[in-house]
Design a protein around this ligand. Structure first.
Ligand SMILES: CCCCCCCCCCCCC[C@@H](O)CC(=O)SCCNC(=O)CCNC(=O)[C@H](O)C(C)(C)COP(=O)(O)OP(=O)(O)OC[C@H]1O[C@@H](n2cnc3c(N)ncnc32)[C@H](O)[C@@H]1OP(=O)(O)O
Length: 239
């Protein structure tokens, strides 16, 4: 009896070990792919600016790569939900979904704003952040993390986060007149479903949502920074 219980425990441990190995292999592959994707985007942005000397047309030039890799990041919510990554589903969900919203429901959908300077602002902030973040995860998983990458991961965001947010908010703000004029994605009464939806109001609500949500993400990163760079033990994780 005791022996069959021991066998069960050994079997369970072995299964757990195999599952973590698969998860680690998948995360390494995922992070390498994402680092490469955002690097391709950075090179394309630099090359475009160098050749054309203007930001006009930049978004159209890089849009396919941006859409692909930012949409692929939806997997991060799944990584948290299934527990292969020790991060809150809520924090990751807000971060990833707000980006998806920007990419598909703002820049992709509202063409007249694609050449705004504010788009460049958040594109640069996102790109530098993601190259640093995914290379940080990759090197950490490979147990060869250069200090510079670790430092960059937990310092760059201090400036890049506000820059990205300002870029996003200015872009949404710039889109409002076009949305109002075109009535896009809106449903007016009367209609056969008997419901109304106003995309213009939805965009204003999204902008207001930054006020409570962005500080949560920023303070989360500041806590991570204290933990990783200064070795402080956080109450959050102990609980
Ligand atoms: C749907 C309608 C929406 C309407 C709008 C609502 C408004 C919302 C406002 C939101 C504002 C967002 C603005 C934003 O888009 C602007 C920008 O991004 S600008 C550029 C600057 N940005 C940043 O710096 C982003 C920083 N954010 C992040 O890093 C993450 O997204 C975040 C989830 C916030 C934090 O990351 P995390 O908690 O994962 O921190 P760590 O990196 O320290 O990792 C914690 C542990 O998890 C392990 N981990 C995580 N991911 C991976 C992975 N892919 N592979 C391997 N391991 C991973 C990591 O190693 C840590 O492990 P451990 O604790 O064991 O060390």
């Amino acid at each position: 009896m005791a022996s069959s219980e021991e066998d069960g425990a050994v079997e369970e441990k072995e299964q757990h070990r195999r599952q973590s190995a698969v998860a680690m292999a998948w995360l390494t592959l995922y992070n390498i792919t994402m680092t490469a994707g955002w690097l391709v985007l950075a090179v394309a942005m630099i090359r475009f600016s160098y050749q054309k000397g203007t930001h006009k047309g930049l978004y159209r030039n890089i849009q396919k790569t941006l859409k692909f890799f930012q949409t692929f990041a939806l997997l991060e919510i799944i990584h948290c939900a299934i527990g292969i990554v020790r991060t809150s589903v809520l924090v990751t969900g807000v971060q990833v979904l707000s980006r998806i919203f920007m990419v598909w429901f703002v820049i992709h959908s509202i063409r007249p704003i694609q050449n705004e300077e504010s788009v460049v602002l958040f594109l640069v902030a996102w790109t530098v952040t993601e190259i640093t973040r995914y290379s940080f995860y990759t090197f950490s998983l490979l147990n060869h993390l250069p200090y510079f990458i670790k430092w960059a991961r937990y310092n760059f965001f201090i400036l890049l986060y506000p820059i990205g947010v300002v870029g996003e908010l200015l872009t949404i703000y710039g889109a409002l007149p076009f949305v109002k004029k075109s009535g896009m994605y809106s449903l007016r009464l009367p209609n056969k479903y008997n419901v109304s939806f106003d995309y213009y109001t939805c965009l204003i609500i999204a902008m207001i949502a930054y006020i409570p949500l962005f500080p949560q993400l920023y303070f989360h990163m500041l806590r991570q920074r204290r933990k990783v760079l200064h070795g402080e033990v956080m109450k959050e994780k102990e609980d």
